[in-house]
Structures are given as structure tokens and as C-alpha cells.
Design a protein around this ligand. Sequence first.
Ligand SMILES: [Zn+2]
Length: 336
Amino acid sequence: MINDWQFDAWRALPKQGGKLPHALLMIGRPGLGKSLLADTFAKSLLCESRDEHGLPCEVCQACNWFSQGNHPDFRRLQPESMVPESEDETPTKKEKKKSDQIKIEQVRATESFLAIGTHRGGARVILIDPADAMNAAAQSALLKNLEEPPPDTHYLLVTSRPQRLLATIRSRCMVMPVATPDPQAAAKWLKAQGIDEPELALAGAAGAPLAVLSAAQLEPKRREFLNRLAAASFDPLALAQSCDTVAPAVVVGWLQRWVYDLLATHMAGRARYNLEAQAAIEKICRPLDPAALAGLMRRLGEARALAQHPLNARLFFEDLLLQYRTVAGRPVVQAG
Ligand SMILES: [Zn+2]
């Protein structure tokens, strides 16, 4: 169910029961709650007793099925890597890496679902989240299905990167931008989640409440990463190995802000992001070459673009951290 700060976005959705578009594409920055909004909307389309706001009742048979993930008139397309592991799954010896893409087979599998009537005689919903995870073949297959969907079939697509979708897919959807929520409502909710100074945190996350929450959950990892990076002699290979529990783009962001602070402190005497580490930053940046730091910043910017889907995250970070050590690492003083 959506959070209080999502009610404005909820009200902006097309009304169930009226003439709904075949396909709705929700777009907006990460952290604005698009997935929760889309899930709740899907549930409401299937619910047999919506409330006066159009929200799902949470008690009918349809809502129960949806919550348990087995509503017969609902399909969710997502990358294999995002499917939560079930507890009774026996772990295989050498786990194959799960795909980050939504593949054509997944889109094709919905075709038999569409070919038969709905089980409950109501709507049928296909949720694709994140829609930009569809590879080219999957997008082409979806395009065909979007051309002539059976009646009462609704596609919900969610993405923070609409430019990765075929223009022809976008044009077949009603595009719903999900706006930044009211900051007061968002701050109140964040406070209830245990976030200190939620207004400040929200401003730092450009108003995206869930971005604040995930950053807070990652804070211990971020501190550990930067502590190891700041240590007089750090081991790039060992540090790269410890990066594999956090999304690569997040770690590159930590590194980018850290190197930015080294350069800013070297040039202007002051860090911008890692204020709690100002003293350490001053010590590290003093002997460094600002031109080399600026070059490293540029390469990190390029790495950020690749960080969404690195072929091998370990090698990706080994390379970046070796580059960092070349520019900012300090020689270990040999005793004797
Ligand atoms: Zn219901």
C-alpha cells in the first residue's frame, strides 16, 4: 500500500472504472516510489471492492491473491536477478549468475496468458518494472502485444530511464510522470522511519524519500568503504572484493564524491560532501596533483555510465580502485 506522501501521485493516476489506457508508463527519478505506486495501482485494478479513493480494499479474495503473488489475472515481468529467492529453493553448488534483463521469453510467456479469458471476469494486468530492463528483442515482442491487446488488459510500465525504451513503445503508452512529493509529508514519513533531520536529507536527495531511506540503510557500508579508502595503505583488490553487496552505481557515487572532495579541499580548502571526514581529506589531498585528480573525476564520470551493467563488478572495481591508488594512494613509509 502506498505511503501518505504518495497520495498526490495516486490522485493523478487515471481513474479505475473509467476509460483506462491500454498501457500506462510511469516515469520519474529513482526514489519517488514509482514501484509501490504501480503495484498498488495494479492491485486496485484487480480488487473487487475498492475504497472511495480507488485504493485496494486489502481484504477481498483478489487482494489476498495479489499479496501472496498468485492472482491468476496478474503477471509481473522483472529481471531474474530481482526475483526474491524462495525459502524452499535448494541452493545449487555453483549458482549461475541471474540475468539483469527482462528477456523475450518472459514477454512471450504472457501471450498464452492473454489468449484465454480472465479467471475472475475482470481486468487483467501485466506489470513491467523496471521496463528499461527489457532487452531489444523483448521490447520488440512487447511492441506487437501493445498494438492490439485484448479488452480489459492493462499494461503498467515503470522506469526511471524512459530513453531506454523504444520510441514506439513510449508512443503507445499514456505517459505518467511521477512528481516529487510534498516535502512536508515526505519529511514527516522519513522522521517516522527514524531519519534524523529529514528535511536536510530530503534536500540532499532532490526530494526523493526512498533515496533518503536507502542511503541511510547503506550508511554503515559507505563509512566502512571510505575508511578503508582513506587508510594510509589500502588494498584495491581486497576493497574491490568487498564492493559486491552494493549496487555498482552506488559505490561509484561514493568514490566520485570522495574524489570531488579531495579536489575541492586541495583547491578551495573545503569538502562539500564528506564533511565528517574533512580532517582526513585535508591530510590526503595536500600532496596530490590537482590535474590528476580532475582526470580521475572525469574517468569516474565515464565509469558511472557503465556501472549500471558492468560485465564483472569485481574487475570493474579493481580497475577503478587501482586508478584511484595511482592518483591518490600514499606510499607506505618503510621502517628502517
Ligand atoms: Zn480488494
